[in-house]
Ligand binder design. Structure first.
Ligand code: ZN
Length: 64
């Protein structure tokens, strides 16, 4: 189950990162803490705090 994932440019720090395969379409920021904060701010309007999203967030953290 190997998929080629190209590096992407983080919208915040402009650095290359490897997106989470489960989050390809949504993810536009890398895993740096500052970028996660930026990502959170960026998506705050759409991504209101919902239990499923909190689960996802923790899931993402354990993935690192
Ligand atoms: Zn970044």
């Amino acid at each position: 189950m190997k998929k080629k994932i190209r590096g992407r440019k983080c919208k915040h720090c402009q650095g290359l990162y490897k997106p989470d395969p489960r989050n390809l379409k949504r993810q536009k920021f890398c895993d740096k803490p500052e970028c996660k904060i930026a990502s959170k701010k960026h998506s705050q309007k759409k991504w209101l705090i919902q239990p499923k999203n909190i689960d996802h967030f923790y899931d993402h953290f354990s993935f690192i």
